[in-house]
Design a protein around this ligand. Structure first.
Ligand code: NAP
Length: 254
C-alpha cells in the first residue's frame, strides 16, 4: 500500500507520514522545506520526496507528474496555513496565495486523484480542514472561509463517490502543536492563551485522522473540546459566533 502526503515536512503531515510508515505503508513525501524532507526521508527508510510550492499551478502539476505512473492507496491533502490579519491589513496577494493552497490545490489534487482511484475501484483520500470550518473567524476571515470550503467540498465528494470503493475523509483539528501559529503570524490572543483551550499534539491529531480514513469515515473532529465546538453553530446564533471569535482572535490592532 502506498500513501502520498502533502505538507509532510512539518507538524500534522509529518506525524501522519511517520504513522503510515509504522503501519507498513510505502510513504511518499511532499512539502517545501528540503532539509526537513531529507531528514524525514532518512528516518522513513529513504522515502521518496518532492519539494514543491502547491500554491503555484506549476507545483501542483509537478506533483501530479511525479506520481502519474504509480498506484496510490491513500492521498492526504494536508498542506495548508493560516493568516492572522484583518482583511484590509493583508499584504498584496497574501490571502489569495493562501487560498490557492488551501482551496485550489486541494480541489485540483482531490479531483485528479478521486478519478484515478474510482477507475481502479479503490482508494482513500484524507483532506485536512479545521474546526474553523464550522464558524466565521474575524481576524482570520479568509482562513476560516477556506476551511469551510474544504469541509463542504470534501463531504460532498465523499457522498458523490458512495459505492465506488473510494472514500473521502475530512479531518477537522482544533488548535494543535505545530508550526501553524508561527507561520500564521499569531501572537498573544485569548484563543491560545486561555487555560480553557486544550492544544492537542500533532501525533494525536494525525492518529485520529488516519484511523478515521481507514474506517472510511466522512468526518473526524479529534478531541472532545473540538467536537463540542463543531456543534456550536447549532446552539449559538451567527452574530454571537462572530462576537466570540472576534474576542478570541483579537488582534494587536484593537
Ligand atoms: N495546527 C493547528 O492548530 C491546526 C488546526 C486546524 C487545522 N490545521 C491544518 O492542518 C494542516 C497542517 O498544518 P500544521 O498544523 O501541521 O502546520 P505546519 O506545521 O505549519 O505544517 C504545514 C505544512 O504545510 C506545508 N506547506 C505550507 N505552504 C505550502 C506550500 N505553498 N506548498 C506546499 N506545502 C506547503 C508546509 O511545508 P514547509 O514547512 O516545507 O513549507 C508544512 O509541511 C493545515 O492544513 C492546517 O490548516 C492546523
Amino acid at each position: 500500500m502506498r500513501a502520498i502526503i502533502t505538507g509532510a515536512s512539518a507538524g500534522i503531515g509529518q506525524e501522519m507520514a511517520r504513522q503510515c510508515h509504522a503501519k507498513g505503508l510505502e510513504v511518499w513525501l511532499t512539502g517545501q522545506n528540503r532539509d526537513a524532507l531529507t531528514r524525514l526521508s532518512k528516518e522513513l527508510s529513504d522515502a521518496p520526496w518532492l519539494s514543491v510550492d502547491l500554491s503555484q499551478k506549476e507545483g501542483q502539476i509537478a506533483l501530479l507528474t511525479w506520481v502519474a505512473d504509480i498506484e496510490i492507496d491513500l492521498w492526504v491533502n494536508n498542506a495548508g496555513y493560516g493568516a492572522w490579519t484583518d482583511v484590509i491589513d493583508a499584504k498584496e496577494d497574501q490571502l489569495e496565495k493562501m487560498i490557492r493552497l488551501n482551496v485550489e490545490a486541494l480541489v485540483h489534487l482531490s479531483r485528479v486523484m478521486a478519478k484515478k482511484m474510482v477507475q481502479r475501484g479503490q482508494g482513500r483520500i484524507l483532506n485536512v480542514a479545521s474546526t474553523a470550518a464550522f464558524l466565521p473567524g474575524p481576524h482570520m476571515a479568509a482562513y476560516y472561509a477556506s476551511k469551510a470550503f474544504v469541509l463542504s467540498f470534501s463531504e460532498s465528494l465523499h457522498w458523490e463517490l458512495r459505492g465506488s470503493g473510494v472514500t473521502v475523509t475530512t479531518l477537522c483539528p482544533g488548535p494543535t502543536r505545530s508550526q501553524f501559529f508561527t507561520r500564521a503570524g499569531m501572537g498573544k490572543m485569548p484563543l491560545l492563551d486561555g487555560p480553557w483551550m486544550p492544544i492537542m499534539s500533532s501525533g494525536a491529531v494525525a492518529r485520529a485522522g488516519i484511523r478515521a480514513t481507514f474506517s472510511g469515515k466522512r468526518r473526524m473532529v479529534p478531541g472532545i473540546f473540538n467536537y463540542l465546538s463543531s456543534l456550536a453553530p447549532i446552539f449559538i446564533p451567527r452574530f454571537a459566533q462572530l462576537g466570540i471569535l472576534n474576542w478570541l482572535q483579537g488582534t494587536k490592532n484593537q
